[in-house]
Design a protein around this ligand. Sequence first.
Ligand code: TYD
Length: 407
Amino acid sequence: MTLCRNCSTELNDFMTFGKMPIANAFLEKNQIKSEYFFELAPTFCPKCSLFQLKFQPDPNSLFHENYAFFANTSEKMQRHFEDLTKSVIEQFKLKKTDLIVEIGNNDGGMVKYFNDLGYSNHLGVDPSKNVCDFAKSLGVRVKNEFFNHETARDIKRDYGDVKVLFAANTLAHIADITSVFEGIDFLLSKDGLFITEDPYLLDLLKKTSYDQIYDEHVFIFSLTSIIKLCEKFDLEVFDVEKLKTAGGSLRYYIARRGQKIISPRVQMVLSEERSIDLFSEETFLRFKYNCEQSKNDLLTLLQAKSKNHKIASYGATSKTTTIFNYCGIDSSLIEFITDTTPNKQNKLSPGMHIPIYDYEYFLNNIPEYCFLGAWNHIDEILEKEKNMFSLSGQWLSHTPKPQVLDF
Ligand code: TYD
């Protein structure tokens, strides 16, 4: 029996993706024999609607001194976070002395932009040493730790109360979510703000983007589940914003209870979630059926195209680890993957061992079809590649359904 990480209710099992490697564990040939696998099984809580993994590998094996993911590989995401920094400063009239903390700031995150704008009273907290070192080299003040209640105590002791806490694509990664919320509740000043964004469960269900499910994403949140998490503390969601990033995300604005006027957008999003029914098994059994259908259709498409054409994947993402392993896609279907991240290059993709090469290799070996592994960056990629491919007939995607993209 597995219990909900928020409310300890028995979780509802509805499917498994089978054995999966660690999504960001790109490997060398000599590491194949010792490759680690675990069962990737999503579940949902019938009481608080929190969508979560049944098992998560030890976080120390996911976030470490050699973490492969660097956020700065996407120009568009950089602008996204820079814009958020500027809008929060303006909208909430932040003072240069206000303490700003980011949970999971990776290689600089939002605190980098605050620092650039003269907000030197900031702190980025991240468990992976290599990304912390990179952020430090940009002048960002960092704390190389997992964020939890204990870390929050240290932060309060050393820096005081926090005016704005940020987390982007981070909360979904932390299994001990109660400790995270305890830490936030402990740190936030009376007029403080907690702004967080993560992939949104409704988008995942609507787009059958099951590839958002992998070891690091121990949760896929909805507004309903975030409200239930806040309820245990002196915290409430006062606004939400739908985002296109990460394949469809929701940004939550959280404050101390009663401190802010609740935006009508909160009720609007809640009504939409109610209409889908995030507490019912039927909703998730439908998603399971859609995943199986998507797998069959993607395999049929790749098998047909690979008979006479070379196919490559654009982006060695965590998401492609789920797609390739769940569907059984190896180098007989996708010949190679191209990725701009240096520490993924000249390695093999987790589980299916498709070779990963740099952009120059891609330019010298242009495939006839390109699978959009980094589909969440579609606009940026198509803009970059508009001279390389005509904009139709050559890009393949698995979402919202497996297809050759028609622009
Ligand atoms: P991301 O979508 O953040 O993926 P995930 O969270 O699923 O790992 O990662 C994007 C990956 O795609 C990253 O490894 C860099 C790569 N990439 C390119 O190779 N070229 C590009 O133009 C873009 C935008 C990304």
